[in-house]
Design a protein around this ligand. Structure first.
Ligand code: G
Ligand code: MN
Length: 396
């Protein structure tokens, strides 16, 4: 499963019961979950479930438990019962089991009606079985999501997030002007980006971002006077954390840069500007991250008036041999002049691209060529010391 594929939970359940009920033309359709404690519980229903004493969010009435249980434990096949039984002469029951992809039972879909079942046939049973298949994908996703949420909660609880730093150098002077804080998770969690996306899906995105900022805090103490620390924040987290930050007067805001990730959609620029505004007045600076990587980057730049434009590595890598990339980077340089911002090239890996950036008037750069992200305190100390002297890899 990739987290992005998880669909809206209850909407799908509602849709399935509604469609099934309309198609079958019966009075009610419901989705039953048999819980580990053996209780048969109605998760969703359409039509008029009350006519059969079925209530969403409550136990199934005793009269339907046997049918549901027969589906769950496989003792009866998918069934159309036309109400020929003496105890329920007028009742029609169509039922199929809900079995997870790992073979474990989840519950059943029950369709209920009054009258006789003459108009119902095997095709109707197939429709209900197909609906069950659809639901199973969702149920599996749901279980994955629960697991994901538990995992992310554990990460946050145990603060298992390390900070790597990566230096940013001024291309004219070779000075280390600042470092970016990059979150690193324990082995098995895959790329940090994916973990943040997963946390978002699990509803824990802001909390995880907050932990990253907290873990990055100690770096601030190591900076020299004019150096900065950048932290990556989604627009939502930036707004939430900005609200809380006003409480901390002791923050060295003039050494802090918030990188607003460019992939993220921004619902309201006005709100974000208003929330960041007071902090920016106190010295907080803002960077637009991954500029040029998505359609929104120009809008971010224009609306947020950042202090830094961080040009995405896809535009930087190979620009020495690519006219179009150079023109695109120049556009950001021009824009930065107008906004009184600085341009930082990201993902610099090749010396040829370094000189091309220099020639285009880009202010600063970051990338494997100048320093790989590192969790070693010694690396950080060495980078921060590079103050004023011209680094051997920079310029001619
Ligand atoms: O979106 P953002 O620019 O914050 O992404 C930073 C990520 O890019 C980090 O995970 C970091 O490890 C990675 N990174 C940093 N420098 C380079 C580089 O020169 N090349 C590549 N491919 N990745 C880099
Ligand atoms: Mn970044």
């Amino acid at each position: 499963m990739t987290p992005g594929e998880i669909r809206d939970p209850d909407a799908l359940l509602e849709r399935v019961v509604t469609l099934a009920q309309r198609h079958l033309g019966l009075d009610a359709v419901c989705i039953v979950e048999r819980r580990p404690d053996g209780v048969h519980y109605c998760r969703a229903a359409a039509g008029n479930p009350a006519a059969f004493d079925v209530v969403v969010g409550a136990e199934l009435p005793p009269s339907l438990v046997a049918l549901s249980e027969a589906m769950v434990n496989g003792s009866a096949p998918p069934t159309i019962d036309g109400g020929r039984r003496a105890d329920a002469p007028q009742r029609i029951q169509v039922a199929v089991p809900l079995v997870r992809s790992d073979g474990s039972a989840y519950g059943a879909i029950l369709a209920l009606g009054r009258g006789t079942s003459e108009s119902l046939d095997a095709r109707d049973l197939r429709l209900l079985s197909m609906s069950a298949d659809l639901l199973l994908r969702y149920l599996d996703d749901q279980r994955d999501l629960d697991g994901l949420r538990a995992g992310i909660s554990m990460l946050i609880h145990e603060r298992r997030l390390q900070i790597a730093t990566q230096p940013i150098f001024d291309l004219r002077t070779g000075t280390c002007i600042g470092v970016e804080a990059l979150a690193r998770f324990p082995q098995g969690w895959g790329a940090p980006d994916a973990t943040f996306r997963a946390a978002d899906v699990a509803g824990l995105g802001v909390e995880l971002e907050r932990l990253a900022v907290q873990q990055a805090w100690p770096v601030l103490e190591k900076l020299r006077p004019r150096q900065f620390l950048t932290v990556n924040l989604s627009p939502v987290a930036a707004a939430v954390l900005a609200e809380r930050a006003t409480a901390y007067a002791e923050l060295p805001l003039d050494q802090l840069v918030v990188e607003i990730t460019e992939h993220a959609a921004i619902d309201s620029y006005a709100t974000l500007r208003a929330q960041l505004g007071p902090l920016r007045e106190l010295g907080l600076r803002v960077a637009v991250d991954d500029a040029g990587a998505g359609y929104a980057s120009l809008r971010h730049v224009v609306e947020l008036r950042p202090d830094f434009i961080k040009v995405d590595r896809d535009l930087v890598h190979g620009l020495a041999e690519d006219h179009a990339r150079r023109v695109a980077v120049s556009a950001f340089v021009l824009l930065s002049l107008d906004l009184n911002a600085s341009v930082i090239a990201e993902g610099l890996e090749r010396p040829a691209d370094l000189s091309a950036l220099y020639d285009l008037g880009v202010d600063a750069a970051q990338g494997y060529l100048l320093g790989r992200p590192s969790t070693e305190p010694a690396d950080l100390t060495a980078w921060l010391r590079r103050n004023g002297e011209r680094a051997p890899t920079l310029g001619e």
